[in-house]
Write a new protein. Structure first.
Length: 325
């Protein structure tokens, strides 16, 4: 097992909680507001987040176009991130992370905020999320507070997922999962680029895009007790780190969100897959199972690509949901 039982359960718990928050945020739809206009409930666009409003899908072929756009944007993002990391342009990287975190938090907080506040005072409704998001993003990126870092992670990925769920369908998210899994295998086991970028984020930027939990092993805790008894000071102590990358968290949320929003899909051989809440929960359960098996069977001091295991779990969850729901 890569981490002890407590840390494994803690990471899995944070993963599951983020997935469930993701479903809630996606269902709440921060981009639109239900408001009362002359006695009738109408859905209007939220002007506070209009700058990240996802495009509307007018026909089925649009999904293919946006899927291609996402893949190209992902490739360019990786290249830019790699170059900024290679040339150690720390300030630009921090600003990049700050902007992304602030926007994602703003979206999630908007979704969580009760819409009744909008009917009382729209200005307050628009202002509260950004007033909370900007300071939290600043503390997370520039002050490195352990508690703020992990608590904000619970809201960042649901916010990011809402943008992509609107422009992906059943087939495009499955293909995207396979592509990301293949990239993850190459980046971790072949090129090692993932490890280098993670180390750079942690050691130099003091920022990590994902859950980050330092802990002491049982052996080290025993050493500390002996040092206290012997009154030994200024001795270096080895701290273990349990991490879970942001991509490993956000893609299952996007998948669950797409399945949640999907009415039905025509499969080969005349089969029909029905989406909804139950299949989305199967996706989350499958992703959690895949991640749990990775944690249990992985070895200490070795790096593993999580997405292939998570994707396999998601596919298993979809298959089970088809036959059981």
């Amino acid at each position: 097992m890569k981490h002890n039982a407590f840390m494994t359960i803690l990471l899995l718990s944070m993963f599951v909680v983020t997935q469930l928050i993701g479903l809630y945020v996606i269902n709440s739809d921060p981009f639109n507001i239900a408001t009362n206009v002359k006695g009738e409930v109408q859905i209007i666009e939220n002007p506070a987040v209009s700058f990240v409003q996802p495009p509307e899908i007018e026909q089925e072929s649009d999904f293919g176009f946006y899927f291609t756009s996402i893949v190209i944007a992902f490739i360019f993002s990786i290249i830019i991130l790699f170059l900024l990391t290679k040339f150690k342009v720390d300030f630009i990287l921090r600003i990049w992370f700050f902007v992304v975190v602030a926007i994602a938090l703003d979206l999630s907080l908007t979704a969580i905020l009760p819409e009744i506040i909008h009917s009382i005072n729209p200005l307050i409704y628009y202002a509260i999320p950004i007033i909370l998001a900007v300071p939290l993003a600043f503390i997370k990126i520039f002050k490195r507070n352990f508690l703020v870092h992990n608590l904000t992670e619970l809201l960042i990925y649901p916010g990011i997922a809402t943008i992509f769920v609107a422009i992906l369908n059943f087939w495009s998210i499955l293909i995207l999962l396979l592509l990301i899994s293949a990239y993850d295998i190459w980046a971790v086991w072949h090129s090692g680029i993932m490890q280098r970028m993670a180390r750079y984020q942690i050691d130099k930027l003091k920022v990590f895009s994902g859950f980050f939990v330092p802990y002491l092993s049982k052996k080290v805790r025993m050493q500390i007790k002996k040092m206290k008894k012997a009154k030994i000071k200024n001795k270096k102590i080895k701290v273990n780190i349990a991490i879970l990358g942001g991509g490993d968290v956000v893609f299952p949320i996007i998948t669950a969100g797409v399945i949640f929003k999907t009415a039905s899909v025509n499969l080969p051989f005349g089969l029909i897959f029905n989406g909804g809440l139950i299949p989305a929960l199967f996706v989350i359960a499958g992703a959690t199972l895949g991640l749990a098996l990775l944690f249990i069977f992985s070895e200490k001091k070795k790096f593993y690509p999580a997405m292939p295991f998570i994707t396999a779990g998601i596919l298993l969850g979809l298959i089970l949901s088809y036959f059981l729901s």
